[in-house]
Design a protein around this ligand. Structure first.
Ligand code: 5GP
Ligand code: MN
Length: 322
């Protein structure tokens, strides 16, 4: 993994950084942002870590998670964001920052779908997680991988590799994970926090998700409605990885979740297995993006039409491969 010199120069020569990541942050977004912030601060630099959405309860074990702010107040009064570091996404809109104009911006990301943004960019779709890219940056900057940094980076990589199960789990990924364990990341403590700390509300929502599942022609489609959130008291962040559950079905080549944001407005999550269908390209057709096997988009439409449009796009995309 070759880090562009301009990225290293940027971190070495500047003193203040505004680190931001995508809305509805996942483990990679949170872990890579916190690790970078902790490392830069250990080198005597100042950082702000921003996410538009709050850190989900089950990620609060990540060391430093209390550093996250969702306030832009001090910047609204005329202070410009000078050194923006965008992690795990590559445009301002994904970070909910479309209203700001940073004077300098750096993008560090591993998504296949890339937008025109950033003065200095390092986008590496081959990287299993943004956390891996941040690991290499931290090492190159000469900062120590402390236990707190290791826990954040291990969690980031664990989440984006399906805990070392997906096809992006390569020998270099496992070597980095081993180094993080040596630096103090405890795999069993982290897995317990990531997977065994669900609230009852979240579990009840999962049951409703499973009950809504339709399976046909290798595609599973599930739906989460606003009523289901009301009935269970679960939060939007509680739906993270629900769509991954349907992967356990042998027949499921593609798994889809429609989550109702408001009336006639849905967030669609797509997952595929293997090389046959690149769901990032499907999501892109609807203005979204992501990775080959995990992608998403938002659509303003009723459920039936949204579903039909997606099924059409999926069959067009699978025809291209046969
Ligand atoms: P999820 O379905 O879990 O929200 O997201 C799966 C992957 O697709 C993540 O890597 C996420 O960053 C990406 N993704 C999800 N929704 C969107 C979207 O609306 N736009 C873009 N560009 N990427 C998305
Ligand atoms: Mn990621």
């Amino acid at each position: 993994m070759k880090i562009p010199d301009a990225i290293l120069d940027f971190f070495l020569k500047s003193e203040h950084f505004f680190i931001a990541t995508h809305i509805s942050p996942d483990g990679d977004a949170l872990g890579s942002s916190l690790a970078l912030s902790l490392a830069l601060e250990s080198l005597g630099k100042k950082t702000i870590v921003y996410d538009k959405d709050p850190v989900p309860e089950f990620y609060r074990f990540l060391p430093g998670s209390e550093k996250f702010t969702n306030s832009l107040e001090s910047f609204a009064s005329g202070r410009q964001i000078s050194n923006l570091v965008l992690l795990d996404c590559n445009d301002l809109e994904r970070a909910g920052l479309e209203k700001i104009t940073p004077s300098r911006s750096v993008v560090i990301d591993h998504h296949e779908t890339e937008k025109e943004f950033g003065d200095i960019k390092w986008i590496e779709p081959q990287a299993a997680a943004t956390g891996l890219m941040v690991f290499h940056i931290i090492k190159k900057l000469g900062a120590e991988i402390t236990k707190d940094i290791a826990v954040n980076l291990y969690s980031a990589i664990a989440m984006d590799t399906g805990t070392f199960r997906y096809s992006n789990t390569t020998p270099p990924v496992l070597r980095v994970a081993a180094e993080l364990v040596e630096a103090g990341a405890d795999p069993s403590y982290i897995s317990e926090n990531l997977y065994e700390t669900w609230s009852e509300n979240r579990f009840r929502l999962l049951l409703k998700f499973l009950n809504s599942l339709e399976i046909s022609n290798g595609v599973t489609i599930a739906k989460i409605t606003l009523d289901m959130f009301r009935e269970t008291g679960a939060l939007v962040s509680d739906t993270e990885n629900f769509v991954g559950f349907s992967r356990i079905l042998k027949s499921a080549k593609i798994s889809v979740l429609f989550r109702e944001i408001e009336n006639n407005y849905y967030k669609v999550s797509l997952r595929s297995k293997g090389k046959q269908i690149n769901v990032a390209r499907v999501a892109e057709m609807f203005g979204g993006g992501g990775h080959r096997n995990a992608a998403g988009y938002k659509i303003r439409s009723d459920f039936k039409t949204a579903k039909e449009k997606l099924l059409e796009a999926l069959s067009a995309s699978s025809e291209k491969h046969t």
